[in-house]
Structure formats: C-alpha cells, structure tokens
Design a protein around this ligand. Sequence first.
Ligand code: OSB
Ligand code: MG
Length: 376
Amino acid sequence: MTIKIRQVTLHRLVMQLNDPFQTSFGTIREREFFIVEVEDDTGCTGFAESVSFMYPWYNEETVETTEHVMVRFLIPLLMQSPLSHPDEVSARFEPIKRNHMAKAALEGAVWDLHAKRNRLPLCLALGGEKRQIDVGISIGIQPTVEQLLHCVDGYVNEGYKRIKIKIKPGFDYEMLKEVRKRFPGILMMADANSAYTLKDIDLLRKLDELDLMMIEQPLAHDDIIDHSRLQSQLATPICLDESIHSLEDARKAIELGSCKIINIKIGRVGGLTESKKIHDYCLAQGVPVWCGGMLESGVGRAHNIALTTLPNFLLPGDTAASSRYWAKDIIEPEVTVSGGVIQVPDKPGIGYDIDWKALESCRLSKEIYTQADIAK
Ligand code: OSB
Ligand code: MG
C-alpha cells in the first residue's frame, strides 16, 4: 500500500492548564502547540501533536522552530514522493539534523493515517500487545510540603500506580522524606530535570534512604559521562530523559552504565519508529522503559497510550487522565484513568475522535500546505 500525502494542515492551538506546572527549569501555565493533520490521496486523514514548548527550556526546540522546520523542510520532504510504510518517514527526514519534535509530529500523523487505512488500532500497527496500561502521575514543584502531601494524597486515592515528584536544589531530600514518611508503601520517584551536578553527590546519595524507584535526569541535559559516575555510586536506579534523543544515545548510555531505566518520549526521540527501536534495544538489554509526557492534549496522549502497549514498557508512565490537565480536552471521549489503569481503545488509528468544536475553540490559526504549494 502506498501512502501519498497530498495535504498537511497545521492547527495552532493554545490551551490553559488547570494548574501551573512547575519544574526545575520553569513554570508552564498554558500549552501552545500544533495539531498536525495529514491527508492522503484517498482522503484518509491522520493526526498527531507537536510537543515543543514556547521556551527552549526543556530542549532547544520551540513552537516557532517546530513550525519553521516543518513548513520549510519536512513537509516538502514528506510530500515529495509516496511512502510504502510510516517507518520510512524518519529515514526521509534524516538529511535534516535534530529537530526531533518537529519530525515526530509529522511522522505520528502518518502513523495514525496508516493505521486507519489498515483498519487497525495504532497500538496493533506498532506491534503492541497490552489491552490496558498502568499509569502514574507527575507532580510539579509545590509551594509548600503541606501542599505537596495534599496533592500526593489525592492522586494516591485516585489510584495512580506511581507518584513522580519534581525536585530542585533546596526542594529535594527533606521534602521527599516527608512524603515517604506519610506514604510508606507507594511507588515513588523524583525528576530533577537536570538541576544537579556531581558536586551534589552527597545529597544525591542521601536519596538512597528513601526507596525511590528511580531518579530521573539528575545531571546535565546533554550528559551521559557524569551520569555513569553517579550511577556507580548510587543504589537508586538513574532514569534518563533529556539525555536520550535516539537509539544510538540509548546504546551509549546503557553501555556506559549511565542509567538503568529509560524514559521514552516520542517527540524527544523523533517519532514512533525511533521509539520502537529504543524499546526493542532496551528489551534485548534487560533495561525497562516507560513513556514520559509533555503535558500533551488528548491527541499526544493517545499516541503515548498506543506506544505504551509494547511489552518492555514495564513501568507506569506519565500519561495521566485528560482531566488532570484540561477543563476540556480536544478528543472524544477524553482519556480516563480508573484504578491507575487506562483501557486501550480498539478503534482504528489513535482510537479517539477529534472534538472539532473543542479544538476550534482553542485554535489560533490554521495553515494548509498542499503539493501545489510545495511545487512553488
Ligand atoms: O521531565 O518529564 C518531564 C512536563 C514537561 C516537561 C518535562 C517533563 C514533564 C513532566 C510531566 O514530568 C509529564 C506529563 O504529565 O505529561
Ligand atoms: Mg523528565
């Protein structure tokens, strides 16, 4: 089956988060992003979401660079000639360096289209097996320990399988100790978003007392050397997020002993095809993975759910319910979590419909690119 992309539509949206989300790199109050819609010559469509932020705080991409790279470089490559499978998209994009979030947004839409044309749920098109997935929740830095304890209590009662707490220097050991004291039995982890260096080794070693499942990205976003030194001195497993952009990065980090767990984000690694490759490599190495989040709307969330059905996603991910982020999500039905579990939809493609009324109410602009534009 050949896929001829004849039109790409970029819907630029802005959505307010229910609550500001604070990390060691900054506070996010609203999400601005693209819903990418691709259409082929049979009139079939596919959808995905771009995950870059307005500010290059998490990685170097922004909403503006994502648009520039898609429009100027990637959309022309995508429409240049037919594809026989979505796995070919990442190879097609290879001449363009990095810009993984821009690439992943377009590739993901092609995956959805491909799955829909084959009448397959995206999870099955990817080779996933699970019918339901376990999920945890990521809690931003709270103003006080009391507020954090209150948050944790709420999410534990809702049934989330694992609680992740953002940390930064000055808001780490003492605060986590309080949470551990109040909730002795929960699966708990911390995410530093690169806020520490090897100079903080004494503090980081103290975290070993707290029985954390893992510590996510304690050191620099572009490091795998110091993480290896740190891991050799920590009992707590290190999980890498920001440092892993590709299968090659995963291989090097694992060979160096820089981490024992990998967080896979589809946008950060350039798409679902690369995510599958990292998954397969980690499976062969006995390294468990889980699916991270980027405060996505339902469209991105649906892609995360499909990916998480692959067998080596052994640990609960960050794909929480739509209602944790949004007053009204842009998909129908919304993503719901019951007892810490999401039932994987069995409809073709991403398995959720676009709620066009909701989408249009958040839309800032809509730009259509056709083959005729590209020929110009
Ligand atoms: O480091 O995993 C992260 C949110 C924004 C940027 C980076 C991260 C996060 C989260 C939240 O932890 C994940 C989510 O709930 O979508
Ligand atoms: Mg992280």
